[in-house]
Design a protein around this ligand. Structure first.
Ligand SMILES: [Zn+2]
Length: 387
């Protein structure tokens, strides 16, 4: 059941063949032609109505209702700083503002890096935020009303963070712009000490006068190497800044934005549902479960999805994977194998292959190497999560 994925050409995507989305789409769909002047942002694999996959055999849409959407993202320019509501809040928001919050579902997300990736995730440890505010005076001016808030930050008290971040988000674009400029003129030492000078300059150029540029002093900067992941549960503030990732998420479009965007920012809603706990950046890297030498399971604390990463080397000429959850979608990132399962035709898998797996739990999938094609084979399979 091979599928053709759906490509979205948003302006923040990577250009032409630099984009993993364009590369995979070219191999996935013989009809697909890369326009070297276009940006290719997202490849969708699933049945979401804004971009359903089609069967390769007859071009018909994948109609199956999946609880998850699998994507590849190629990011050149930052995506907005955002949080996603939990299920209860999503239902309430959808009822009160259906034009903004278009469905009643939560939207947990997991991103696994394909190339070196930079993102923002959660708040920095609060004493670190205090240190930054003490060193950068123009930022201090826009965030600290009462010196007591700095004492609260020192004591890791979330009230201090709540006050300072709320004050920042309510500043005018003019104040924000002035602050951004004076930091780049006078505070490059602090930017260097926190290893964010390049990031700061890029964000400042792409989003002048946007409060999101100053948010990097409050939020953890996460740098993922290929294969490393982060999980974004409800109310966890985050942004994707650059790199290529495989992403899996629950089917929803509910986003509450806080910066790095010209779109609508629901600041009050954001401030009321944010999780204000601070923690070090390395704590935000999601650890998968190792099942065996070939297989890692990324199993987040939600029922909507889990991701299996299967890496086969030269010596893995045959690997058997038993279906544990169904249905699934498989995406091949590199290498070649033949996929066999009882009652189905053998399928040649190669980079860019996308396969729908509607199989019963317990079905054996055999990944077989013909000998010539035994370079490193890497595939991701998304399924619902087991309890
Ligand atoms: Zn998100």
């Amino acid at each position: 059941m091979e599928l053709i994925g759906f490509v979205h050409k948003y302006e923040w995507g990577k250009l032409g063949n630099d984009s993993a989305v364009a590369q995979l789409a070219t191999l996935n769909d013989p009809q697909f032609k890369v326009d070297l002047k276009s940006t290719y942002a997202e490849l969708w694999m699933g049945s979401h109505p804004n971009g359903p996959s089609r069967y390769k055999s007859d071009g018909s849409k994948l109609e199956e209702e999946l609880p998850f959407l699998l994507k590849v993202l190629s990011i050149n320019k930052a995506l907005s700083i955002q949080v996603h509501p939990n299920k209860e809040e999503a239902r309430r928001l959808h009822t009160s503002k259906p034009e903004i919050y278009k469905d009643p579902n939560h939207k947990p997300e997991m991103a696994i890096a394909l190339t070196p990736f930079v993102g923002l995730c959660g708040f920095r440890p609060l004493p670190q935020i205090r240190d930054i505010l003490l060193r950068i005076h123009p930022l201090n001016k826009l965030t600290v009303d009462d010196p007591k808030d700095l004492d609260l930050l020192a004591k890791d008290d979330e009230q201090g963070l709540r006050h300072c971040y709320e004050k920042l988000l309510n500043q005018s674009a003019i104040e924000i712009g002035l602050c951004i400029d004076s930091i780049s003129k006078e505070y490059s030492k602090v930017l260097c000490d926190y290893n964010i000078i390049e990031l700061y300059n890029k964000l400042k150029e792409d989003f002048p006068n946007d409060v999101g540029v100053l948010s990097i002093f409050f939020l953890n900067v996460i740098r993922l190497q290929p294969g490393q992941a982060m999980f974004l549960g409800a109310n966890q503030i985050h942004a994707y800044l650059s790199g290529d990732v495989v992403e899996c998420m629950a089917c929803s479009d509910n986003v509450i934005r806080a910066g790095l965007t010209p779109k609508y920012k629901d600041i009050n809603q954001l401030l009321s549902c944010l999780e204000y706990t601070g923690s070090p950046a390395q704590n935000k890297i999601f650890a998968p479960e190792r099942i065996d030498d070939q297989r890692l399971l990324f199993k987040p604390p939600v029922e909507d999805f889990a991701l299996t990463q299967l890496t086969l080397g030269r010596n893995d000429t045959e690997y058997v994977l038993k279906v544990e959850q169904s249905p699934g979608i498989l995406l091949v990132i590199s290498g070649q194998r033949t996929l066999e399962s009882i009652g189905n035709n053998a399928l040649k898998l190669k980079r860019g292959s996308i396969v729908y797996l509607p199989w019963k739990i317990g079905t054996e999938m055999r990944f077989i190497s013909s000998g010539e094609d035994n370079t490193k084979f890497l595939t991701y399979i998304s399924t619902p999560n087991s309890p």
